[in-house]
Write a protein that binds this ligand. Structure first.
Ligand SMILES: *Cc1c(COP(=O)(O)O)cnc(C)c1O
Length: 375
């Protein structure tokens, strides 16, 4: 069997181990410590002045604490982009709230501002004003920030920006992770940078950061004994994992460039293939990190995405259909949904291709050969 080519695998830059070794040498093995602070500072430097970052154990934990900070609880409704990874929506259920799913639009594959407004109006007319909106930058492509924020602001509903896939992406020149009332990042093993597992919450209010860190470290009141007036969580990032993150931040820009090069590589392969579209920015406002390069295929004019997936798998090359929308998931299918069939069609006709920043020339050659055979 040929060596496996993954969709997106961890890619170390070289200095990660130095920070982890430092943690061992100074016995900062317990949670917290200088790597956590250093990693948060590196993220804050990337996002720009005025942003405060709380490093957490996962992106999912960050979404959970963001919903708590936004006051989401039992009986509330939270609007969520339907086309996303389940981790965007699960914390709504953790909080005993109801998800309301909204369709995507064609340009960015992200939450459709029109369907969003339709959903808000209808929920209000039924007696419940949504408590928050979760919008996602899928595959690194920024959502239509101005349009989505305009709708959210008009109705006075806070936006939780799920930037788990979009560290290094820009909208109108500004970094993703800086647009929501609260934002989250993920450093899971398959993301553009990884801490082996981790996430972060981004806020412009230092008091919110302090509160989030308090909840993330078991909500211990200030007392010599263990005293608790609130429910806590064990959601802080460890000093070991944060060491990996510090090293990864040193290569973030390079990794964005490498992922964008992968996107050019696929654009070149498919440029003359009828029926195949490589997912790309539709205007200068958008700059994607191209975390994953994705294609959509018009089956009546070309091959089926499933045929391509199987052909790649036969060469031990991983590829995957696009995110299956949440309103089609067995666990979420009974919740309200607003929109048409945009996300559904993307799911039917789309495929994610191997996009790691560590793809070698030989691996790309193998991918090219396998694709060429089927097209
Ligand atoms: C990865 C991901 C998350 C969750 O992040 P974890 O760190 O894996 O918990 C949330 N939302 C989206 C869109 C993601 O891709």
């Amino acid at each position: 069997m040929k060596e496996r080519i993954y969709l997106s695998s961890p890619h170390m830059g070289g200095t990660e181990k130095k920070y982890v070794d430092e943690a061992f040498e100074t016995n900062w093995i317990a949670p917290l410590g200088p790597n956590v602070t250093g990693f948060e500072e590196a993220l804050e430097a990337h996002l720009g002045s005025g942003f405060h970052v709380a490093a957490l154990s996962s992106g999912t934990a960050a979404i959970h604490l963001a919903l708590i900070q936004l006051g989401v609880g039992t009986g509330d409704e939270v609007i969520c982009q339907s086309m996303t990874f389940s981790a965007s929506a699960n914390p709504i259920i953790y909080q005993g709230a109801t998800p309301v799913f909204v369709d995507s639009e064609e340009d960015t594959w992200n939450i459709c501002p029109k369907a969003l407004e339709e959903a808000i109006k209808d929920r209000i007319s039924k007696g419940t004003k949504p408590k928050a909106i979760i919008a996602v930058h899928l595959y690194g492509m920024p959502f239509k920030v101005d349009e989505v924020m305009a709708v959210a602001n008009h109705y006075g509903i806070p936006v939780l920006e799920d930037s788990a896939e979009a560290l290094g992406s820009l909208y109108k020149g500004k970094p993703c992770g800086t647009f929501g009332n609260l934002s989250i990042l993920s450093f899971n093993g398959n993301k553009i940078i990884t801490t082996s597992g981790g996430g972060a919450l981004v806020t412009q209010d230092p008091a919110i950061k302090e509160k989030v860190v308090f909840w993330a470290t078991q909500a211990r009141d200030n007392a010599p004994h263990y005293q608790h007036s609130e429910i806590g969580y064990n959601y802080r990032l460890s000093n070991i994992c944060a060491g990996i993150g510090r090293g990864q931040m040193e290569v973030l820009d390079k990794h964005v460039q490498l992922r964008r090069n992968n996107h050019s590589f696929y654009s070149e392969i498919f440029k003359d293939v009828t029926g195949v579209k490589v997912f790309t920015e539709t205007s200068e406002d958008f700059y994607s990190n191209h975390w994953l390069t994705c294609i959509t295929v018009d089956e009546s004019n070309a091959f089926s995405t499933e045929a391509l997936r199987v052909a790649l798998a036969a060469e031990n090359i991983e590829s995957r259909p696009l995110w299956k929308p949440m309103h089609l998931q067995p666990v979420f299918e009974n919740y309200p949904y607003y929109g048409a069939n945009v996300a559904e069609n993307l799911f039917k006709n789309g495929l994610c291709l191997p996009s790691g920043s560590n793809l070698t020339t030989e691996q790309k050659q193998r991918i090219n050969n396998a694709i060429t055979q089927i097209v």
